[in-house]
Each structure stands twice: as structure tokens, then as C-alpha cells.
Design a protein. Structure first.
Length: 319
């Protein structure tokens, strides 16, 4: 029988974090959810709060922990992840990525905990290599409006590997590509949530640029499975490991699909492309397939229907 562990999830009240907490609880682990509620929401923890083994600590990881945590593993998911949120206070975003991981790594040294860093496909920037492999160093604008997130995450990866090399911290680095599903914030500005909310309200659906830029969308349950498999992998697999769906779609196709699935009367409108918005984004998941025996299984249409049902319920809209 697998050993039951004490696990901390920073950013645990967020979209991915709340799903991860639920999955870990389902597997019988004790879970400490840590969040400063900057973008995380208490509502995401409603179904978790009464469960055996769950605790919540309101804390900003840019502030060192006064007392060591009694945990075996730490999943660091703490950082605003959508452009609307991370550009709202770019300095705070950089501090969360850099000071936050520094505090967690120092903590990991003290308590000998294994740490998984949730990095991002944004470290590849607007890539010159397609699809993106973990060996690609990226093409990031270090002074652009997205750099607070892109460079913050790149620095966080660097710190993880420096602590691994010099202080023997057990680390895992996951580069997460676009993920969607229930518990997304309807106002977070991400493609899927934007399209679904606008379509459900029969409002014009906004596409930026010509809509030919591509993304690869992974349903949240598949992504969480990948994170857990990476954490449970042998210690010599530090990563980085791409986690995402290798099926690629352009924005117009996704938009039309969501309008169709919602039965919406929405029209498509076009706006100027935001600065430094990547033109292409698709993960090469060869490493995850080989080392983790992982790949996504939930088809896009199925995942979108589940996500649409969630947004319909919270927006009180009948389809």
C-alpha cells in the first residue's frame, strides 16, 4: 500500500491548486493548502474544507515561514498565471516567482522536503522551435509586459537547480502548457474562459490578432495526473518536463467550437494582438511519455463540455 504523506500545496486555492488538493486527499494524503488569496478563491476550497486531512493556511510565500512546516513534499503552484492577473501588479508577480521559490527552497533544506516547481511553457517565449522540447532555451523579451511572469519563472527554475546542485534539495520542474477545466476564474482573461463566458452570454466573442496563433489545451485532470507522476518519479528525474496536450488548435477553431458547443448566437470580433503574444505553442511530450508513462487522454470536446457546464452553473445560465 502506498505511503501516506504530508503534502503542502502553495497556491492551493487557485484553479490548478484546488484540483491538486482534491486529488491528493482522494489518495489519502494529509494536505496543507497555502494561499494568500490574491487570485486564489475560498470558493474553490468549499468542497475540501470539511474533509479529513485538509488544512488551510493563509500566507504569502514571499514572506519567510516563521516555523518549519511538517511536510514531506511541496508543490509550488503559487503565482498568478493569466496575463490579466500577472500584469496587474508585475512587481508582485516577479516577487512571487523569485522570492517565493527562494523561501520554499530554504524551507526544503531545513525540513528535507521534496519540491515540485510548477513552471510554464511561457519560459519558451515566442518560440523559434516548434514543437517545443525541454532542451530549447526559449525566446523571451526580458523587458516586455509579459516578462514579469516569463522571466520570473525562468529565474525560479534556475534557483531550483542551483539548490539541487549545491544543497542537495530534491526537485522536480514541470513546464505546464495551457490547461483548462472547472474552477477557472471567469474573469481571468484566459482564452477558454473568455470564449466560454462570452458565448454563454451571447456576447461578441473576442479574438486577438487574426486568430491564427495556436495553443495546445490540456484538461485539468490530465495535467494533475502528470504533476503527481512527476513528483513520484525517481529522484534523478529532476526535469524540466513538459506537461501539456500535443494537439494544436488555432484561436478561430477553438472559438467556433465553443460557440457551437454552447449553442451561442455570439459573433466573432477581432482586436489588436497584445504585445509579445506567442504565435505558436505546442509541447513535445516525448520525455513525459517515456519517463512518466503519461499523456493526456481527455478529448477537447469532452473537456470543453465539462468546463461549459461548470461556467453555466456559476453564471446561472441555462444552455
Amino acid at each position: 500500500m502506498p505511503k501516506k504523506k504530508k503534502i503542502a500545496v502553495t497556491g492551493g486555492a487557485g484553479f490548478l491548486g484546488s484540483h491538486l488538493c482534491a486529488r491528493l486527499l482522494n489518495e489519502g494524503h494529509a494536505v496543507l493548502c497555502i494561499d494568500n488569496l490574491y487570485t486564489g478563491r475560498r470558493g474553490n476550497m468549499t468542497a475540501l474544507s470539511d474533509r479529513t486531512g485538509f488544512r488551510f493556511l493563509e500566507h504569502d510565500i514571499t514572506v519567510p515561514f516563521r516555523n518549519p512546516l511538517e511536510v514531506d513534499e511541496i508543490y509550488n503552484l503559487a503565482c498568478p498565471a493569466s496575463p490579466v492577473h500577472y500584469q496587474r501588479d508585475p512587481v508582485a508577480t516577479t516577487k512571487t516567482s523569485v522570492l517565493g521559490i527562494l523561501n520554499l527552497l530554504e524551507l526544503s533544506v531545513k525540513i528535507r522536503a521534496k519540491l515540485l516547481q510548477a513552471s510554464t511553457s511561457e519560459v519558451y517565449g515566442n518560440p523559434e522551435v516548434h514543437p517545443q522540447t525541454e532542451t530549447y532555451w526559449g525566446r523571451v523579451n526580458p523587458i516586455g509586459v509579459r516578462s514579469c511572469y516569463d522571466e520570473g519563472k525562468r529565474c525560479a527554475e534556475s534557483l531550483c537547480f542551483d539548490f539541487h546542485r549545491t544543497r542537495n534539495v530534491k526537485i522536480k520542474v514541470a513546464r505546464i502548457f495551457n490547461t483548462y477545466g472547472p474552477f477557472m476564474d471567469p474573469l481571468d482573461g484566459r482564452v477558454v474562459s473568455n470564449f466560454i463566458v462570452q458565448a454563454l452570454k451571447n456576447e461578441p466573442v473576442t479574438i486577438y490578432g487574426k486568430g491564427l496563433q495556436t495553443r495546445s489545451f490540456c484538461y485539468v485532470d490530465d495535467l494533475i495526473d502528470g504533476l503527481i507522476r512527476l513528483m513520484e518519479s525517481p529522484d534523478n528525474l529532476t526535469g524540466p518536463v513538459n506537461l501539456g496536450n500535443p494537439n494544436e488548435f488555432n484561436m478561430i477553431d477553438i472559438c467556433r467550437k465553443i460557440i457551437s458547443l454552447t449553442g451561442s448566437k455570439s459573433k466573432i470580433v477581432f482586436r489588436d494582438l497584445p504585445s509579445d503574444d506567442p504565435e505558436l505553442r505546442r509541447p513535445d511530450i516525448t520525455l513525459a511519455r517515456k519517463q512518466l508513462d503519461w499523456e493526456p487522454h481527455i478529448p477537447l470536446d469532452e473537456g470543453l463540455r465539462k468546463t461549459i457546464d461548470y461556467f453555466s452553473s456559476i453564471l446561472k445560465i441555462r444552455q
